[in-house]
Design a protein around this ligand. Structure first.
Ligand code: FES
Length: 142
């Protein structure tokens, strides 16, 4: 299996690993295909994602995609994070081997789950904004 240099680099050196105390949104999802788990923490101020951290029990591709996904949404408006797709994350990493594409779904779903939590905490129905976030058992994208 061939990984791009960017994937290897983000795997060896993942950005934004950890957790945020007093996060404004926390999401946890699982990958139905492999059982791996991803937890995402967001700090949101005035509609801007000021900080983001993740923790995972996941494979190298899940670590690399989450690292890249956090870099793509940090400092950005919530609307940008809502639009982030696993495809965009994979492209930013110069691709993933086909058999590892399902791993990139974890990052996108974890961000959506964290945003769902963020809206719920404010008493806003998240579903019209975020859409339906699959539960842990059904979160595999393929
Ligand atoms: Fe499970 Fe990659 S093999 S997320």
């Amino acid at each position: 299996m061939i990984y791009s240099e960017k994937v290897m680099e983000h795997f060896a050196n993942p950005r934004n690993v950890g957790e945020i105390e007093n996060a404004d949104g926390v999401g946890e999802v699982g990958n139905a295909k492999c059982g791996d788990i991803m937890k995402m923490y967001l700090k949101i101020d005035g509609g801007i994602i000021t900080d983001v951290k993740f923790k995972t029990f996941g494979c190298g591709a899940a670590v690399a995609t989450s690292s890249m996904a956090t870099e793509l949404i940090k400092g950005k408006p919530v609307e940008d994070a809502l639009k982030l797709t696993n495809k965009a994350v994979v492209e930013a990493l110069d691709g993933l081997p086909t058999v590892k594409l399902h791993c990139s779904v974890l990052a996108e779903q974890a961000i959506k789950a964290a945003l769902t939590d963020y809206y719920k905490r404010q008493g806003i129905d998240p579903e019209p904004i975020v859409g339906k976030v699959p539960d842990r058992e059904a979160s595999c994208g393929i």
